[in-house]
Design a protein around this ligand. Structure first.
Ligand code: URA
Length: 440
């Protein structure tokens, strides 16, 4: 029987739901209770779904969102990196980046080792992909031997020795969010800004980083399709981080077209290694360097030159140690898809549009992503782009290569790409600002 009728509980879930339904603020005590009771199983899933829907429809004040975040942090453990020290003996600063997710977003891979070059420890707890946006762990798992799950002790040891770790968040971190996020996913309540902001920030604050740089994506391939919503999400998260004593900055960045020239798993690792070798696509390099600058500034390092550390191999050295420390072989050949099919330019002109969502869905349908949490991904699957907006193309030239192990997937992937490409007459220029704004 639900705790609604239990006299031991200080509140009644139905009263809390009604309060939010009727557009009143929840008290701190109500929020603390509902999160705790839901985590314990004393507030039922159907009650929490009703409350999440009331929050989606009626919003939360900043105070409510901050308290909701604190309550979710309190549902689990908090990591503490204060025992990490620099060679000189001073406490080592920590910095992390979180992206709200997009197509071809492999930035964490070059970024974590790059920032570690400058003595800042990077504890990057990451996730797997769901739907059309890829997951960092899925990408790294395409490296033979690499392992995502580390104990807290292993994570600390790697941070001390290598300076960077990208691994799965343990079950102990904000368990209330794990349960609530899974529920929101199946009840149409993901898209509530207070719930998204508190979900992301509870995990990042519990993780214990000193500096956090948020990459809030805007565009068809992002969670937030329009700039006003993305801005509101960024402002809410920056305020939550700052309130919790975490130095937090957000960049609003474009996700109207994929980042770089690859969307998949192994092919994104390959592209990241090109960036670490001083090459790679311009937009991936630009965003990596800019996010590194923000992380370093937040951590108090003002004399670093991340672009130089990509060019001269220092970031690559840390990458190799980081991959090796987690059982991976940085020299092993990456898996390749068994089958490929090319998509050709339909006309002459300038490529002015290449829709991120369509490419993301195509990569997902080819096997790079999963529809359900339990599904496996194909490491070699994905989409390799041969041109980006701004390029001049000729009819019949290859525009992209579709990759999969299971050729019956090509037809549905091509359906997703219907209308994804816009070619305009020569002389047209696509307008793209990769970094739209900075919110601090
Ligand atoms: N990512 C999260 O971790 N939580 C959300 O609510 C949305 C995206």
């Amino acid at each position: 029987m639900s705790a609604v009728f239990s006299s031991a509980e200080p509140f009644d879930a139905v009263d809390v739901i009604r309060r939010k339904r009727d557009r009143h603020e929840l008290s701190d005590a109500q929020i603390d209770w509902v999160i705790d009771a839901y985590t314990r199983g004393d507030v039922a899933d159907e009650q929490m779904s009703a409350l999440a829907m009331a929050i989606l429809l009626n919003g939360m004040t900043h105070r409510e969102t901050a308290r909701w975040t604190t309550a979710m942090i309190a549902s689990g453990e908090r990591l503490d990196f204060s025992s990490l020290h620099s060679p000189g003996g001073a406490q080592r600063p920590t910095a992390d980046k979180h992206s709200t997710g997009g197509v071809g977003d492999k930035i964490t891979l070059p970024l974590a080792p790059l920032v570690a070059v400058f003595g800042v420890a990077v504890p990057q707890l990451s996730g797997r992909g769901l739907g059309h946006t890829g997951g960092t762990l899925d990408k790294l798992e395409s490296i033979p031997g690499w392992r995502a799950s580390l104990t807290n002790g292993e994570m600390m040891a790697q941070l001390g020795e290598v300076g960077a770790v990208v691994c799965a968040a343990g079950a102990g971190l904000a368990p209330a969010d794990k349960k609530l996020y899974a529920l929101r996913d199946v009840t149409g309540t993901v898209e509530a800004i207070p719930l998204i902001a508190s979900s992301i920030m509870s995990k990042k604050i519990a993780e214990g980083t000193g500096t956090l740089v948020l990459d809030v994506k805007v565009g068809t391939g992002a969670f937030m399709k329009d700039e006003a919503q993305a801005r509101e999400l960024a402002q809410t998260m920056v305020a939550l981080g700052s309130d919790a004593g975490v130095h937090t900055v957000a960049l609003l960045t474009d996700m109207g077209t994929p980042l770089g020239l690859t969307a998949g798993n192994a092919i994104e690792v390959e592209e990241s290694v090109e960036v670490l070798a001083g090459g790679g696509p311009e937009d991936v390099v630009e965003l990596t360097v800019r996010l590194a600058e923000e992380m370093l500034a937040g951590a108090g390092v003002h004399d670093g030159d991340p672009a130089a550390a990509l060019r001269d191999g220092r970031a690559m050295d840390v990458w190799r140690r980081m991959i090796t420390a987690q059982g991976g072989d940085p020299d092993a050949p990456l898996p390749r898809a068994k089958e490929s099919e090319t998509v050709y330019a339909p006309a002459d002109g300038v490529l002015v549009g290449l829709d991120a969502l369509s490419v993301g869905v195509a990569a997902w349908r080819l096997g790079a992503g999963r529809a359900r949490k339990e599904d496996a991904v194909q490491p070699g699957a994905g989409v390799r782009l041969h041109a980006k907006p701004g390029a001049t193309v000729r009819a019949g030239e290859p525009l992209m290569t579709l990759l999969t192990d299971t050729p019956d997937r090509f037809a549905r992937a091509k359906e997703a790409l219907d209308g994804a490409v816009t070619i305009a007459p020569d002389g047209s220029r696509p307008a793209r600002r990769l970094i739209i704004d900075r919110i601090a």
